[in-house]
Each structure stands twice: as structure tokens, then as C-alpha cells.
Design a protein around this ligand. Structure first.
Ligand code: IDP
Ligand code: MG
Length: 156
């Protein structure tokens, strides 16, 4: 089981797409184990996007991610990092497949609605950057056996 960080970026919040975006992950069966509305300040943005320092789009990216409230979440599931990246779609929404979040809701690489961790190391680092351990909840859902190949409880 993996955990991965997602961020509904400021454009997603301003456009009223928080519910529509979270629904994509929920209906796929990914389990929300952490969720909050927050402000990303410059310092947190610099830590989160450290790998992009020096790139041409870096200052615009920091301005974008700090421009308004974001919703950050942690999703859990089998191969959650890969599954979430696939649901999010390619970085440039114009290139993202229809049916992905970016492919269905976006048009510009600098307004691509959602962040998702790209590897186990990134996921560990990013989850720790945005959530304290006690903010992450472990729990069962009655739907788990229908999603996760757990033993199915008697129905008949
Ligand atoms: P990812 O979000 O798909 O992992 P990264 O390459 O890690 O993509 O880039 C981080 C974020 O930086 C992107 O989601 C996008 O918001 C922004 N970004 C990446 N490339 C460009 C660009 O060429 N112009 C403007 N913004 C960009
Ligand atoms: Mg990335």
C-alpha cells in the first residue's frame, strides 16, 4: 500500500472544481487519509518545488501556487503514486489524455489544476512537508473488500 500527496492548486479552488477533482480519486477507490484547505507561503512553495529552482517557469510557478487557497490531500491505495499520476494526466493539459483531470479541465501548463507526487521518494518527502503524522488517519471502509482484493464478507 502506498500514500501520495495531491494538491488542488489555486485555479482548481477558484474555479469551483475541488469537488469534481476529489471525486475522480474517490470514485477510483483511492482512500483519503488526510485533507485540508490551506495557504502555501513562499517558503513552503520553495521547499515543495525545490527541484525546479532556476528553471524559466520557476518564479511563475511559485506565484501560481501561492496565489490563493489550495486543498492538499493524502491518498492511499495499491500503487497509489502511479494510479494518481495516471488520473491526473500529463503536465501540459493540452497533451493530457481526455478522461484525465488535466485533459478534461485544463488548457495551460501553468494552470494545470492539480499536483501529484511522482515517485515513492517524492511522496514521502511531500506528505511530510504538508502533514503532521497525527493528521493522517488509518481506517477501514466497508467498500475496501470490493476495491482491494480483501476477503469479501458474506452478502447472501
Ligand atoms: P508535474 O506537475 O506534472 O509533476 P513538473 O514538471 O514537476 O510537472 O512541473 C511542476 C509544475 O510546474 C507543473 O505542474 C506546472 O504547474 C509547472 N510547469 C512545468 N513546466 C512548465 C512550463 O513549461 N511553463 C509553465 N509552468 C510549468
Ligand atoms: Mg512534478
Amino acid at each position: 500500500m502506498e500514500r501520495t500527496l495531491i494538491i488542488v492548486k489555486p485555479d482548481g479552488v477558484q474555479r469551483g472544481l475541488v469537488g469534481a477533482i476529489l471525486e475522480r480519486f474517490e470514485r477510483r477507490g483511492l482512500k483519503l487519509v488526510g485533507l485540508k484547505l490551506m495557504r502555501i507561503d513562499r517558503s513552503l512553495a520553495e521547499q515543495h518545488y525545490a527541484e525546479h529552482v532556476g528553471k524559466g517557469f520557476y518564479e511563475g510557478l511559485v506565484a501560481y501556487i501561492t496565489a490563493g487557497p489550495v486543498v492538499v490531500g493524502v491518498l492511499e491505495g495499491p500503487d497509489a503514486i502511479e494510479a494518481v499520476r495516471a488520473t491526473v494526466g500529463a503536465t501540459n493539459p493540452v497533451k493530457a489524455a481526455a478522461g484525465t483531470i488535466r485533459g478534461d479541465f485544463g488548457l495551460a501548463v501553468g494552470r494545470n489544476l492539480v499536483h501529484a507526487s511522482d515517485s515513492p521518494a517524492s511522496a514521502r518527502r511531500e506528505v511530510a512537508l504538508f502533514f503532521r503524522e497525527e493528521e493522517l488517519l488509518s481506517y477501514t471502509r466497508s467498500s475496501d473488500p470490493w476495491l482491494l482484493e480483501q476477503a469479501i464478507p458474506p452478502v447472501w
